[in-house]
Design a protein around this ligand. Structure first.
Ligand SMILES: [Zn+2]
Length: 64
């Protein structure tokens, strides 16, 4: 796969050097470090949503 022109990281918006390692995720290009940060953030967001759903359920049981 040939890629011409500069590539920007979709996380930190810095240019990724052609010789530097780059990772493609969801059709966006990231630094490997930035991608790991992004994945962590997404994971924590999922946890928050799940905990929120559980919390609501527990609250209903207590109030009822
Ligand atoms: Zn980056």
């Amino acid at each position: 796969m040939r890629s011409k022109g500069p590539v920007w990281c979709a996380k930190c918006y810095l240019r990724i050097a052609p010789y530097a390692p780059q990772t493609v995720y969801h059709k966006n290009t990231y630094h490997p470090n930035c991608l790991s940060k992004l994945v962590r953030e997404e994971a924590s967001q999922e946890k928050t949503v799940r905990l929120g759903a559980r919390g609501t359920e527990a609250g209903r049981r207590k109030s009822a």
